[in-house]
Write a protein that binds this ligand. Structure first.
Ligand SMILES: Cc1cc2nc3c(=O)[nH]c(=O)nc-3n(C[C@H](O)[C@H](O)[C@H](O)COP(=O)(O)OP(=O)(O)OC[C@H]3O[C@@H](n4cnc5c(N)ncnc54)[C@H](O)[C@@H]3O)c2cc1C
Length: 470
């Protein structure tokens, strides 16, 4: 519990200017990017280094105060909503690049560094950090690691997990450990680095990370394939991959998303087609030329209306940026935007797109779909209004059916946004009771007092559970 004694002890660790228990200060951190969730923290703290974090964690253990680590709060699963009150821990003083190692091709950072700032810094040295969540202009590396975030380049290059080499972590008892290293090979014991990637702040606090870099690809090309048939676009995705081509980017946008994005970005996107695929390949120029030609033929064979190759890097960049603004563009349509990330094996993309449209019709909802189609990761998005309780009920039911369909097709309830509170009611569908029990055993062995981001990942009825017959 946060008492005056607790607050005084906290101030003695980090100094007064780094502790805020004012109502206005706490209100700012009572919610994140997830609609429908808000809850006040008791206190907000901004430590300056790992040692201070360790002392804060020991203090929180003593007083049984929940800790909610928070990067930029852009997660979409209510992962930083302090649903059980407690202390929100910010990383605004821990946002530095500590080292770019050009011999080992690594970058070592503090968790509060903004993703795009780090990407720019390594690109200045001719190096490449591929994970590029659409939120990278504001998200932090600490958040990316804890959500195992993906991006437009995930199909070819993988997600954040594939680039985390080493971590410094403050455990829930205040111990400081280091995992991994600047190593291509390391099998010394359990892989704790991987365990902490995607752990959503529930196992400990990441205070430093060493990430893998790769050489910048020689060249890249971008094209748009235009379709009057949604399923033909989805079929092209599976067919490109079945033809053993792995493009850097293979993104899907349906017509309602295209209209919203064009209205927002104004770059001349086609709005009179039912869907587009944004396709990109990088590498040596001969491979890029060959792959782009083959992918264009596949799209045309699958009845694409046309295929348009970007004429310049500026045009390509505008297309990528437009895709990245999809959520922001859709968020302008109605007061509330509910976005999900049901994910299926690539071969099932067409079936999933069809199912989303049927479910939208069944519940009379406007569900727009875009996403990382090459990863099987779709973002069905419903612009709605939280004040319309009857419609929100239908939205909940529709999404529950979408998750059930994803699982039926061999997929998962979340490809990159994490479980948090939002998806906790559905986790058992994916893991079964035994899987949940195994995860709970890990959680309780690291955090027996349950002070690290409690109420996340494991079900509480914060989001209404809807029972769907599968
Ligand atoms: C417009 C928009 C576009 C998006 N696009 C994408 C996308 O393309 N791909 C994608 O994967 N996601 C996307 N997201 C989701 C979100 O941006 C990512 O999950 C991102 O990684 C969160 O970063 P953050 O700094 O905001 O973390 P936060 O939201 O602050 O935190 C995320 C989680 O990490 C924990 N955490 C944060 N820092 C630490 C730390 N140092 N130690 C321990 N735990 C910590 C928090 O407790 C929380 O559980 C998008 C979100 C928005 C709003």
């Amino acid at each position: 519990m946060v008492t005056q004694d607790f607050t005084d002890a906290l101030i003695s660790i980090v100094d007064k200017e780094n502790v805020d228990d004012s109502k206005a200060g706490r209100l700012v951190y009572s919610y994140d990017a997830t609609p429908q969730f808000q809850s006040m923290p008791d206190i907000v703290v901004s430590p300056r280094n790992t040692k201070e974090i360790s002392e804060i964690v020991k203090l929180c253990s003593e007083y049984k105060v929940p800790i909610v680590p928070r990067g930029s709060g852009t997660n979409l699963c209510a992962g930083t909503c302090p649903t059980e009150g407690g202390l929100v821990l910010l990383f605004k003083h821990m946002n530095q690049i500590l080292e770019i190692d050009e011999e080992n091709l690594t970058v070592t950072v503090q968790p509060g560094i903004i993703t795009l700032e780090m990407i720019h810094a390594v690109e200045d040295k001719g190096l490449f950090y591929p994970p590029d969540p659409s939120s990278m202009k504001i998200s932090t590396i600490g958040g990316n690691i804890n959500e195992n975030s993906g991006g437009l380049r995930g199909l070819k290059y993988g997600v954040t997990r594939d680039y985390v080499l080493a971590l410094e972590i403050v455990l829930p008892n205040g111990d400081i450990i280091r995992t991994g290293g600047k190593l291509a090979k390391d099998v010394a014991g359990y892989d704790l680095t991987r365990l902490f990637v995607g752990s959503e702040g529930t196992l400990g606090i990441i205070t430093e990370a060493t990430l893998k870099l790769i050489p910048m690809p020689e060249t890249k090309k971008t094209m748009l394939a235009l379709y009057q048939d949604l399923e033909a676009a989805a079929r092209s995705v599976s067919k490109i991959i079945a033809n053993k081509i792995i493009p850097t980017t293979l993104e899907f946008l349906d017509q309602p998303t295209l209209i919203a994005v064009e209205d927002f970005a104004n770059i001349g996107l086609p709005t009179n087609v039912k869907a587009v695929l944004l396709i990109e390949q990088d590498g040596s120029s001969d491979v890029v030329e060959k792959d782009m030609k083959e992918m264009a033929s596949i799209c045309l064979e699958e009845s694409a209306e046309s295929v348009q190759v970007a004429g310049s890097e500026e045009e390509a960049d505008a297309l990528r940026t437009a895709r990245r603004t999809a959520l922001s563009a859709l968020a302008r349509l109605k007061p509330t935007t509910i976005l999900e990330d049901a994910t299926v094996p690539r071969s099932e993309i067409a079936k999933m797109v069809r199912a989303i449209n049927e479910i939208a019709q069944k519940y009379q909802l406007n569900i727009c779909t875009f996403g990382h189609a090459g990863d099987g990761n779709l973002h069905p998005t419903c612009p709605t209004d939280i004040r319309n309780h009857e419609e929100i009920e239908r939205v909940e039911q529709a999404f529950a059916e979408i998750f059930a369909k994803a699982i039926e097709l061999g997929g998962t309830i979340t490809g990159e946004h994490g479980v948090g509170v939002m998806k906790a009611p559905y986790l058992e569908w994916k893991l079964g009771q035994e899987g949940i029990a195994a995860m709970k055993a890990i959680k309780s062995s690291f955090d027996p007092l349950n002070i690290m981001n409690p109420g996340k990942v494991f079900a509480k009825d914060n989001r209404k559970r809807v029972v769907v017959t599968k």
